[in-house]
Design a protein around this ligand. Structure first.
Ligand SMILES: Cc1cc2nc3c(=O)[nH]c(=O)nc-3n(C[C@H](O)[C@H](O)[C@H](O)COP(=O)(O)OP(=O)(O)OC[C@H]3O[C@@H](n4cnc5c(N)ncnc54)[C@H](O)[C@@H]3O)c2cc1C
Length: 448
């Protein structure tokens, strides 16, 4: 294979080439190296992402623990103990606030919120310190896939010969294109503005999502910094025109507007970071694998940042792939093909569910259509009043039962920790259903 591609310097030989050094790629390289594979990570390191943070939930924290970085991430992060969702669409059906507390599913917190730049720095420092794999800080400009392996050509002319490629090179993946995997891409008429904020009042480790007609306005708690006791990150979805208008405003005016949107829950707000601007889109792929390749992270799923799903899903891709490849002889095409079929099967449902779920919720907000409003409202009411349903959704959100690879397994949170004399089992369901019906009846009578 080496002879088919000209190159002056000798090729780097590896078992697993991880293409792309974003957070998914670095985490993948660490996980595969820890499992004993000879790994090379290739790609330029990510540029700073202004105002961006990432909320990582329980299963992702288990993953970070298994690759040895959880303590460092925890030290830079803030726990999210409560998620408070507020319907701010002025729809006809009055919708109650939905409050979800981690203690309801016996967890101290749903997860941690950490700045993207700090997360990638922690992963990179750990990778450099552990010296468990080779890091090549250069982009890959071309690939050649053959029956017995793959060759990647670096922008500096060097070549990497690998038994297998894990593509983590983002939404415009070169590896995916070279393997002939088709994509379906779409855009939303939305932009996300992101910023780190300082505020007057404490956040009490609560993440608050206001669901507005232009998309969610989400405040996620951050840890204190010197001179700033109360901090949060903001992800604010809006039309491109509104984003342009807001970015042109003096900061003081924009801060007032943020205070207004947050219903002054955090008091006076000061923007502490640069403001990030991200165009919203979606991406699906026809296949997650090719004979010598598997896709992970944004190479195979992109959707708007609603419910903090993206990187959590990506880490599940990595953990599942690591599981599927365990004890596989990469040089044996049949063994490898069976492992990739397993990966494809495992990941389809999880990725499909998140991509369609986020798409549906987002469209239900930005397209004012009464029946859809009604369904979204009914979902909120059901979640507020049906404790078992709410707990099941919370559990599914932090550690989906469809995806429990080895690197994410731990004792699962137990069924309700009932306090006082609340009913159990079927009685609890009947009670909760009664409550939901009562609420719907009351709402219907108020609507006349
Ligand atoms: C506003 C916003 C908020 C978000 N909040 C959350 C959240 O709270 N929780 C959550 O789970 N997710 C969240 N996400 C999603 C999450 O940030 C992304 O899913 C994640 O950052 C994607 O990481 P990645 O490594 O897969 O892709 P990328 O970050 O795009 O990394 C791809 C890497 O590949 C490299 N690359 C590209 N081409 C090549 C090449 N030819 N050769 C080598 N390398 C190459 C790039 O340089 C880059 O470093 C959010 C997203 C947005 C937009």
């Amino acid at each position: 294979m080496a002879e088919t591609l000209a190159g002056a310097s000798p090729a780097i030989d590896t078992q697993i080439l991880v293409a792309g050094a974003g957070s998914t790629g670095i985490a993948a390289a660490l996980a595969f190296a820890a499992a004993g594979w000879r790994v090379t990570l290739a790609g330029r390191f990510p540029q700073p992402l202004p105002g961006r943070t990432v909320a990582l939930f329980e299963a992702s924290l288990r993953f970070l623990e298994s690759i040895g970085v959880l303590d460092q991430v925890r030290a830079a992060a803030c726990p999210i103990e409560t998620i408070h969702m507020i319907d701010d669409t002025d729809q006809l059906l009055p919708v109650p606030d939905l409050v979800m507390r981690a203690e309801e599913i016996d967890l101290p917190a749903f997860g941690l919120n950490v700045s993207n730049d700090e997360l990638t720095a922690i992963l990179l420092d750990h990778a450099r310190a552990s010296r468990s794999f080779e890091i090549v800080e250069s982009d890959i400009v071309d690939y050649e896939f053959e029956d017995d392996g793959a060759t990647a050509i670096l922008s500096d002319g060097r070549r990497i010969e690998a038994d297998f490629v894990v593509a983590a090179d983002g939404r415009a993946s070169k590896a995916r294109a070279a393997a002939g995997i088709d994509t379906k891409e779409w855009t939303y008429p939305q932009v996300a503005l992101t910023a780190l904020l300082r505020h007057e009042l404490p956040h009490d480790n609560v993440s608050t999502e206001f669901h507005t007609r232009s998309g969610p306005f989400t405040l996620v708690p951050l840890p204190p910094r010197e001179g700033a006791e109360h901090r949060s990150s903001l992800v604010w979805l809006m039309s491109p025109r509104d984003a342009k208008r807001r970015l042109a405003k003096p900061r003081a005016d924009l801060q007032y507007e943020m205070e207004d949107y947050s219903r002054e829950k955090l008091g006076a707000i000061t923007i502490e970071s640069g403001i990030g601007e991200f165009r919203m889109g979606g991406l699906q792929v026809s296949r997650l694998t090719a004979p010598r390749l598997a896709l992970v992270g944004e190479t195979c799923h992109v959707f708007p940042p609603i419910g903090a799903q993206g990187l959590n899903l990506s880490l599940r891709d990595v953990a599942d792939l690591e599981d599927c490849l365990a004890s596989v002889d990469l040089r044996n095409p049949k063994e490898l093909s069976r492992a990739l079929t397993r990966y494809e099967m495992h990941r389809r449902a999880d990725i499909g569910l998140r991509t369609h779920g986020v798409d549906l919720l987002n469209r239900s907000l930005i397209i004012p259509y009464l029946p859809v409003d009604f369904l979204r409202g009914a979902g909120f009411i059901a979640m507020t009043t049906l404790g078992p349903l709410r707990r099941a959704v919370m559990r599914e959100g932090v550690a989906p039962h469809l995806a429990q690879p080895r690197l994410m397994r731990r004792e699962t949170p137990k069924e309700p920790r009932m306090r006082g004399k609340r009913p159990r089992g079927p009685e609890a369901l009947v009670d909760a259903a009664r409550g939901a019906f009562a609420h719907l009846r009351e709402t219907a009578s108020r609507l006349g």
